[in-house]
Write a protein that binds this ligand. Structure first.
Ligand code: PLP
Length: 366
């Protein structure tokens, strides 16, 4: 068996240790005689799995008692609707547009009420994070919404916006558990787990208790009402049991690695190797302003003026990289170029070897 270095933006690489453990437990989970896939979500065994997952996540992020943790379905995209459905009491919310995912959330919110654009980096193809220290924020907004790490464009907020007292809602899908985070600064934090935590099919939401109410928009489906899910401890209906179990294993893996501060150090070290190379390379270059670079998603292009020659060189690179065992380096279909997603589970040698390969490619194609 040989495993590749997988730079996919999501679903993405998972810790090998976790996969092996899951394989070992596949037929008989801890003497239960069943796979986790086969057991009732109402069983004692499963109850322990989901409770322990929640406890480990709470430990990792220091989540205060007045925040609920929910394990939900529907992907991050469904949450684009759940946020306004559950929070738009005044039918007005502010959005900061820093890429595709923020734009999609913004468009979704417009179905339910007035969505105000507070700031945007669309003018420079989302290659930076706008200054959000003193935005013009209308008083009557229900919340301010951001996408904290922009998976496609490779930017990340290094400081949170000044919301001037409004509730902050953040999509952290692609930076979840990549570094410490102060949950108390947010009303709602949520993310699809398939980027940095587990298999696709789970959204984790951390929501301040006072924001979980019966006062939701008329017509909100029972399933999409946070109160329904919170009252039932994420077991209102059958949850994605197996996927939550894997998330739980990843939480334990992160704890074993030293927690989120250690994770941050590990991620900074990895990202630096790649960014340092992009800064010195003549053939490759990053596409994002330095101050706002993501630790997780690193987009880059070939520095060739002629569009046709550039496209050809990039296609050649992606093809040869894949043949050498570095897969999924193609940039998002909407932006082109390349993107290396280097989530928690990407080992440092994966990035070192990729850079070695890029150096070799550059020499051969000079
Ligand atoms: C991937 C991604 C999404 C979409 O996730 P789905 O689970 O496919 O709906 C939303 N936001 C961000 C930041 C993402 O990276």
């Amino acid at each position: 068996m040989s495993r590749v270095y997988n730079f996919s933006a999501g679903p993405a690489v998972l810790p090998e240790e976790v996969l092996k453990e899951a394989a070992d437990e596949m037929l008989d989970y801890q003497g239960s005689g069943q796979s986790v896939m086969e057991m009732s979500h109402r069983s004692k065994v499963y109850d322990n799995i989901i409770k322990e997952a929640e406890k480990d996540l709470r430990d990792l992020l220091n989540i205060p008692d007045n925040y609920k943790v929910l394990f939900l379905q529907g992907g991050a995209s469904q949450f684009f609707a759940e946020v306004p459905m559950n929070l738009m009491k005044n039918k007005k919310a502010g959005y900061i547009l820093t890429g595709q995912w923020a734009k999609k959330a913004f468009a979704e919110a417009k179905i339910y009420g007035e969505a105000v654009e507070l700031a945007s980096s669309a003018d420079k193809t989302f290659s930076y994070i706008p200054d959000c220290s003193d935005l013009d924020i209308p008083e009557d907004l229900d919340y301010v919404y951001i996408c904290e790490n922009n998976t496609i464009y490779g930017t990340k907020y290094k400081t949170l916006p000044n919301t001037k007292g409004h509730i902050l809602v953040s999509d952290v899908s692609s930076c979840f558990l990549s570094e410490p985070m102060d949950v108390t600064k947010y009303g709602v934090v949520y993310g699809g787990v398939q980027k940095n935590i587990g298999p696709a099919g789970v959204v984790i939401a951390i929501i301040r208790e006072d924001l979980i109410t019966d006062d939701v928009l008329p017509g909100t489906p029972t399933m999409l009402k946070w109160k329904t899910q919170a009252d039932a401890d994420s077991l209102y209906n059958t949850p994605p049991c197996y996927n939550i179990y894997i998330c739980g294993k990843v939480f334990k893996w992160i704890k074993k690695m030293g927690g989120l501060s250690a994770m941050k150090e590990h991620n900074e070290k990895k990202a630096k190797i790649l960014y340092d190379f992009l800064d010195e390379s003549k053939l490759f270059m990053g596409t994002v302003v330095k101050e706002d670079r993501s630790l997780m998603n690193v987009p880059f292009v070939c520095n060739i003026e002629d569009k046709e020659a550039k496209d050809a060189m990039e296609a050649k690179f992606i093809k040869e990289a894949a043949a050498a065992g570095f897969v999924n380096l193609k940039g998002h279909r909407t932006v082109g170029g390349m993107r290396a997603s280097i989530y928690n589970a990407m080992p440092i040698e994966g990035v070192e070897k990729l850079v070695e390969f890029m150096k070799k490619f550059e020499k051969e194609n000079a």
